[in-house]
Ligand binder design. Structure first.
Ligand code: NAP
Length: 298
């Protein structure tokens, strides 16, 4: 193992960001009487979504924000959900709205997002937010991609001229990460399920962002020595130990084979404890940004 692979501590970075957001919320309240407000809308009872939504509520309250969670039954109709979004659009105490995805299959998430006020789109998922980012304009940007960029900037400093490979082209992660890297003057390659010879593409990367959702697809020999590797993937897999597996025990792994990768990479995010914690912290930061813009204060 090379001794100089730095394991990026996303938990500590996220905590530091939450502290900065909390201090800024305190200042906005004191100087402008402005309390940033975040509304999270959850439809149905998906177990992972319940955990994420609870955490978003707790962390926004801990940062001193006004926090509202709408838990709607799985039977909620499209019209009922849009009515909730519309009422939040009009609510002056709410500056950020997040509709937790995925929605139950009978609901049309694109149509729901089309009703969301882009000024309150703290998840960066409306077409306007994505279009502004792709056009190189200032935009509220999806939280996980922003978290990836923060970790990279803190690790590497100036990213100009580096070759970044993004594995995955989803609207939620791959595309916005690629646009943010481009905005930071990287040379960007986006790879996906139809790309040929992924290992060779990845080996050219100074920065490798894996957002695929395939457990440990990125092997050690896919990585250029000294590269910065950001593992966005969250995959729940059975333990290799047959006894634990037989008990139905599972663990989280990323899209990168961690043990192999750390022998080659210069920087590497772990799963869990890497990108994941940054996501909610960036949501708080986006809510702060949205509140400042809507209220017209700096
Ligand atoms: P997604 O919408 O399923 O997109 C996956 C992307 O990976 C697609 O572009 C797909 O290509 C590509 N892909 C799939 N299999 C591939 C393969 N064998 N080789 C190359 N490319 C392949 O997933 P996502 O929403 O972007 O999420 C990706 C991962 O990140 C998931 O594990 C998710 O749980 C995790 N995630 C983590 C956070 C966090 O906070 N840490 C946040 C969001 C997501 P095609 O476009 O060709 O189908």
């Amino acid at each position: 193992m090379t001794t100089d692979c730095i394991i990026i501590d996303g938990k500590a970075r996220a905590e530091a960001l939450r502290e900065r957001v909390t201090a800024e919320v305190t200042r906005l309240k004191a100087e402008h009487g402005l309390q940033p407000g975040l509304a999270v809308v959850l439809v149905g009872d998906d177990a992972a979504s319940q955990v994420y939504v609870t955490s978003k509520g707790e962390q926004s309250r801990a940062a001193g924000m006004h926090s509202v969670t709408h838990r709607l039954p799985a039977t909620t109709t499209q019209a009922e959900l849009i009515a909730v979004v519309d009422s939040l659009n009009r609510d002056p105490a709410i500056h950020g709205i997040l509709v937790q995805l995925p929605l139950p299959p009978h609901l049309d998430s694109a149509d729901v997002l089309a009703h969301l006020d882009p000024d309150k789109d703290v998840d960066g998922l409306t077409v306007l937010s994505a279009g502004r980012l792709a056009s190189g304009l200032d935009a509220l940007t999806a939280c996980t991609p922003v978290g990836c960029l923060m970790l990279l900037r803190e690790a590497l400093g100036d990213l100009s001229g580096l070759h970044a490979v993004v594995l995955g082209r989803s609207v939620l992660v791959g595309r916005p990460v690629a646009n943010l890297l481009l905005a930071d003057n990287c040379t960007v390659t986006i790879a996906h399920s139809r790309s040929r010879d992924l290992p060779a593409i990845c080996r050219g990367a100074d920065i490798l962002v894996a957002a695929v959702g395939r457990p440990e697809i990125v092997k050690g020999d896919w990585i250029k020595p000294g590269a910065a590797v950001i593992d966005v993937g969250i995959n729940r897999v059975p333990f290799r130990d047959p006894v634990l597996a037989a008990q139905g025990k599972t663990k989280l792994v990323g899209d990168v084979a961690f043990k192999e990768a750390r022998k080659v990479a210069g920087w590497l995010t772990p799963v869990p404890g890497g990108v994941g914690p940054m996501t909610v912290a960036c949501l708080l930061q986006n809510t702060l940004t949205a509140a400042r813009r809507i209220a017209g204060v700096t």
